[in-house]
Design a protein around this ligand. Sequence first.
Ligand code: ZN
Length: 455
Amino acid sequence: MSEIVIKDVDTLVTEVGEDLQKDVNIRIIDNRIEEIARELGEDWEPDQIINGSNHIFMPGLVNTHHHFYQTLNRNIPAVQDAKLFDWLTYLYEIWKYLTPEMARVSAQVAAAELIMSGCTTAVDHFYVFPEAHPEGVFEAEVEAVQDIGLRFHPTRGSMSLSKEDGGLPPDSVVQDEDTILKHTEDVIHEYHEPEKYGMTRIIVAPCSPFSVTDSIMKKSKELGEQFEKVYFHTHLAETIDEEEFCIEETGMRPFDYLESLGWMDEKTIHVHSIHLNEDEVRRMGKAGASMSHCPSSNMRLGSGMAPVVDMLKAGVKVSLGVDGSASNDSSHMFAEARQALLLQRINYDEESITAKDVLRAATVGGAKAIGRDDIAKLEPGMAADIIGIRKDSIDYAGGQHDPLAALVFCHPPKVNHSIINGEIIVKNGEFLPLDLTRLAARQNELAEEQISNLK
Ligand SMILES: [Zn+2]
């Protein structure tokens, strides 16, 4: 048994939206919260004590969309100024050289970056299984993240519709249906932990309407439905190009197309969901479906603005995602919450969305989207996924009238402490699992090696 006490917490957020608490202690036993109280009982015997004074502690953030392998492809000059289809067409030619070693190191980078900026649970949409190295890339990613200790919902993504068959991706990154389904089932058996506090849960995730067949959408759904707490994930209505593609190929708008395939339900996360009309937003809410809002990527690629305020009113489960690093190009969840707030206020009035709304999407919203009731709240019995941020830095000086909203309105913070599943991952600003300077150097070598294949 291990015990950690966070002592003298200056400000505590038990759940975004609840009143803040002052001057409390948090007792953690093994992987869960045991007690939150002004005075702890007599019997506490911590192995470690964290000083909570001058800090705000809160539930860790939940990132519901990423492509970890893209941390190798940030800021590539040739696609700094490209729209989605041109951007993808260029990047597929780099991604086909992804190796298990690249998948491993890029996942370490993404996980470290996410954790340092407040995330404690992440979904990753992994869908590139290159013809040259189809085996081991997914496993390398999952095991790298497990070693670090981030709570992880990796998706077994897929692309099955190549250019020859009318899709966008080249043959070199597309797989046949049997291979996709067999591997998806294998990784569910290997890694999926449906039980309470499970650290790894597999999600099934055909990539997008222009890169998969309708048949793999249906078969993937049927396969995932056989397992407890296996959820679903796909890109939906990201661009007008996608909408035109769908209407031409299927005679349906992207939303109708996914709905017709059985992909509009409470276990499915629809990423982006920008180009939806009023009726589609209403139907999405009625279905209890969720969406992952990725405002930085949407602005970076000029894709458009999701109708988030309308979605919240319609009952859509709205969560936040940083998206892959080739289109963001940073994995910072607080920065994403800030972007979400500011972007919506361009289209809606200033009272229609608040700092609390975007932080709820980044915590409780994310937990609901992936079907978890054991994270995103700090109370006895919940998983010990807790972050601590210094309140006394220059970044927030003069902004303590509302210490939680300061994290959105002022600078996007880095955490000073992060505990995930009862393990201390960041302590006093130091990332404990890995040497980040060495990791960055290795990542730079691999990024250069991958792109040099183009020359
Ligand atoms: Zn994406």
